[in-house]
Design a protein around this ligand. Structure first.
Ligand code: FAD
Length: 470
């Protein structure tokens, strides 16, 4: 048995079913669990304070769980390659183990680490972040899948490994010192959003609660904006506080006879994997359209409209409620993400990358692969076969998915007294009604920033110019 191995935690902030950690545990007498606060990540313009806050809580929880097994988290700050080289020198570790990431930034960093540690110790990476490895599921001709449904058929159910439990005991050398966990302010961030609790402990509790109380109704409840009809596990999956394989098998085993809720929910986990493998195989999507020709779209990009959208002041109630949900909670309902992304790109004619960046600056679950995939889906520039001329009508979407206006009223208090009948179209109220319901349009609540019908025609023209020019 090897004497010591360093486990480098990154987006796998858990002990349960953690592939690299469990391998280190099985291979070495002592494991040094380290997390490195990397200023290069903190300084990125799309780093959200909400995610940093969630990360810090998750690290606190991880440290507690390690301590209850006889170990502890060693926290260091600096450039990962330098910190790890120093730690290897201090501990005499025979290897650095970690779980792979698919983001270009992380892949470049990990390559630097491997080069820096060459000849000093083994650097071994493991597949862990998805239901399956991003390069393990290929078409018959050996190419990556670029269409979701056949990808899903190829993944399920055989390819998903069963999760493995956390180690019961972990030995860590007593003389390896770490820094105290910084506060959000120490790192130069502040947040006003009301966030879910970070960490593996909270993740497992939420998973159990969802399986017990939510999964059965998922198919019918998942699109209702005002309800907690979805699992809200996305930040935990984003930071690896929860193993996707654990989530998958826990749900399957709880509903072993199947259910529409189960199948629908598992499809969403597969979407997560699908976009991970898209980013892995087509890393250029980070900066541009999956369908490259769509990089030529002539977006109008009006900054004043973008500002209205970011602040939730477009005059379209469901869009405004969603954008304010993002600002106040760091999270947004999936249906609302689709509505506001369609609105930004196809009503305001603003480049999807502007919206993608704004989301990353606020989402507690902000994840390059899923966010990019979602934005390209909405903008019709991505993998989806959906034709560009399917454009969401924000008023119809509001009426359908928030029929009583409860979601709108929760986040847009100016409209709280407006009856259901006008909640999604307050402009239709007469001046007397506006006065009666304390909502004067243009004073208390903005007039619609655009005319949907008019903008729809412009969007169609923008897309068709491109397709006819090809
Ligand atoms: P549930 O419905 O309970 O789904 C379970 C899990 O499946 C989620 O936690 C998530 O990990 C995964 N998932 C669900 N839907 C998708 C999807 N369409 N694509 C990929 N994974 C999915 N999800 C993120 O995790 N991070 C993002 O940055 C992100 N940005 C998005 C941007 C846009 C424009 C759109 C349309 C979607 C985005 N999504 C993103 C996907 C989806 O909206 C969220 O994953 C979901 O709302 C999270 O809520 P939940 O955990 O309750 O989901």
């Amino acid at each position: 048995m090897t004497k010591r191995i360093i486990h480098w935690f990154r987006r796998d902030l858990r002990l349960d079913d953690n592939t690299a950690l469990l391998t280190a545990y099985a291979t070495a007498e002592e494991v040094v669990p380290v997390f490195i606060v990397d200023d290069a990540i903190l300084r990125r313009p799309d780093t959200a304070s909400n995610r940093v806050a969630f990360l810090l809580e998750s690290l606190h929880d991880l440290d507690g769980n390690l301590r209850s097994r006889g170990s502890r988290l060693v926290l260091r700050r600096g450039q990962p390659e330098e910190v790890l080289a120093q730690l290897v020198a201090e501990t005499g570790a025979a290897g650095v183990y970690f779980n792979r990431d698919v983001e270009p930034f992380a892949l470049a960093r990990d390559a630097r680490v491997a080069t820096r540690l060459e000849g000093q110790c083994a650097v071994v990476s493991f597949e862990d972040g998805g239901l399956t490895a991003p390069d393990s599921v290929k078409t018959k001709t050996g190419t990556p899948y670029t269409v979701f449904t056949p990808y899903k058929k190829a993944v399920l159910p055989q390819s998903v490994a069963h999760p493995r439990p956390a180690p019961t005991q972990l030995r860590t050398p007593a003389d390896v010192l770490g820094e105290p966990l910084p506060t959000l302010a120490d790192l130069g961030f502040a947040t006003a959003a009301t966030l879910p609790p970070g960490g593996e402990t909270a993740a497992q509790a939420r998973l159990s609660d969802f399986i017990r109380n939510g999964l059965e109704h998922y198919a019918s409840a998942r699109d209702r904006l005002a309800e907690e009809g979805t699992s809200r596990l996305s930040p935990y999956l984003r930071f690896g506080c929860l193993s996707p394989r654990r989530a998958y098998w826990a749900a399957r085993e709880a509903f072993s006879n199947g259910s529409p809720g189960l199948e629908g929910w598992i499809s969403e986990l597969v979407w997560r994997d699908f976009y991970r493998q898209i980013l892995f195989h087509f890393p250029y999507v980070e900066g541009g359209a999956f369908k490259r020709a769509y990089d030529e779209l002539a977006w109008e990009n009006r900054p004043e409209w973008f500002e209205c959208w970011c602040e939730g002041k477009t005059g379209f109630p469901v869009v405004d409620a969603a954008m304010r949900q993002l600002l106040t909670t760091g999270w947004m309902h999936n249906r609302a993400r689709m509505i506001v992304a369609s609105f930004l790109t196809k009503d305001l004619l603003i480049d999807w990358r502007w919206g993608e960046r704004h989301f990353m600056q606020h989402l507690v679950d902000g994840d390059l692969a899923a966010n990019n995939g979602g934005w390209q889906w909405a903008a019709s520039t991505g993998t989806d076969a959906q034709p560009y001329f399917r454009i969401f009508n924000p008023i119809a979407q509001g009426k359908k998915f928030d029929p009583t206006g409860a979601y709108v009223r929760r986040y847009v208090p100016e409209l709280s007294a407006v009856p259901d009948r006008w909640i999604h179209e307050p402009l239709l109220m007469s001046t007397d009604l506006q006065r009666a319901f304390r909502c004067i349009i243009g004073v208390d609540y903005p007039s619609p920033v655009v005319d949907h019908g008019h903008q729809r025609i412009k969007a169609l023209a923008m897309f068709s110019r491109l397709t006819t020019n090809q």
